[in-house]
Write a protein that binds this ligand. Structure first.
Ligand code: PLP
Length: 360
């Protein structure tokens, strides 16, 4: 199978192998040692000295934890939204009673840092800013460095970033850029199974947490931190995924962060070149083209859903479709994780065959 969705992604064999290990006591020294290694490696990969918390949950759980641990009902929040995942984090904010103002950008556009600065200047009471780094639904990597600069220059609000699909595919200097909460998830470029969310938490975010009144239980940061300091988790963790993360992170750090990011950029450029050669048009502003996923309009007269169905049923090639208003309008080709160039060539060779078939 050529799994070209933007997560979950294909897991390398050596990482799969370590998951085939027997269960251990999650309150014993072996688990404590694994968790310690994983946290240290994640701090290196996140380029941060901030605390790192892990939850057994998907990425959305990590985002929910960021909201419920830093905000109180009624708090003014600015959400910069340019796609389905931007909508989702804004919705988490309003679900828990945040007074969320959505600043919308067209799907396929990058969030404009000048607009971020302007909005924050006019709303000094803002308690949190919600931003998606890589908008997986549109294939756009927002200019996080500039956005973070605009936030830090104009506000003391907590900057919460959905980095679920961006981490490892693009630079994100958490401490230098002043990102208060960065959330990712194991099934994306970390190339592990779904089930663990990881977050970095700055001092500013901990201060906000100290007075945040939103009800929470499973995702409470203070509780989680106190258990992690003892080498445990408050509730039963997804032990096998910790095995996987332990192995995957050694591979990632062994390659080096700059190399991992450059490799994603190369595969993304190859994907765009292959797509264009077959007559696809990029969805959205190419200046912000994502290193994690490429969103494409099908060539004239080609139905995206037919294309995806034939790819799946006849060639075992799995490509993503559009989400929300982009449903049936675009396809999305995922390229996060340990993607080989050959997998991209094979993907577009198959798509080329299908286009010929459809045209015949
Ligand atoms: N945010 C982004 C940018 C994503 O790409 C995804 C998943 O695709 C999520 C959030 C949600 O993550 P999960 O499905 O792990 O809850």
């Amino acid at each position: 199978m050529n799994l070209r969705i933007p997560g979950p992604v294909t897991i390398p064999e050596d990482v799969l192998d370590v998951m085939d290990h027997q269960m251990i006591d999650h309150r014993g020294p072996q688990f404590a040692a694994i968790q310690k290694r994983v946290v240290a490696a994640l701090q290196a990969a996140f380029q941060t000295q901030n605390d790192m918390l892990l939850f057994t949950s998907s990425g959305t759980g990590g985002l929910e934890s960021a909201v419920v641990n830093t905000l109180s009902p009624g708090d003014p929040v600015l959400a910069f939204v340019a796609g389905e995942f931007g909508e989702r984090i804004a919705k988490i904010g309003s679900t828990y009673g945040g007074n969320v103002t959505k600043i919308k950008f067209e799907n396929g556009q990058g969030i404009d840092p000048d607009r971020v600065a302007q909005e924050l200047k006019s709303t000094p009471q803002t308690r949190a800013v919600l931003v998606t780094h890589n908008e997986t639904s549109t294939g756009i990597m927002h200019p996080l460095k500039e956005i973070a600069h605009a936030v830090r220059a104009n506000s003391d609000a907590v900057l919460i970033v959905d980095g679920v699909s961006s981490m490892l595919t693009a630079d994100a200097q958490i401490d230098r850029w002043g990102i208060d909460v960065m959330v990712s998830a194991s099934q994306k470029a970390w190339a592990c199974p779904p089930g663990v969310a990881m977050l970095s938490i700055s001092d500013r975010a901990w201060q906000a947490h100290a007075s945040a009144k939103t009800p929470r239980f499973y995702f409470d940061w203070t509780e989680t931190k106190s258990w992690m300091e003892k080498g445990q988790t408050p509730f039963t963790p997804a032990v096998s995924i910790y095995y996987a993360l332990d192995a995957a992170l050694q591979k990632i750090l062994g390659e080096g962060m700059a190399n991992v990011i450059a490799r994603h950029a190369r595969i993304a450029a190859l994907t765009r070149a292959q797509a264009k050669a077959l007559g696809f048009r990029l969805f959205g502003d190419e200046r912000y083209a994502s290193n994690a996923v490429t969103a494409l309009y099908a060539p004239e007269g080609v139905d995206t859903e037919t294309l995806r169905k034939i790819a799946r049923e006849e060639y075992d090639l799995i490509i993503g479709g559009g989400q929300g208003p982009m449903r049936a309008k675009i396809i999305r080709v995922g390229h996060l994780g340990w993607v080989k160039e050959q997998e991209i060539y094979d993907c577009f060779a198959v798509i080329g065959h299908i286009l010929e078939k459809i045209a015949a």
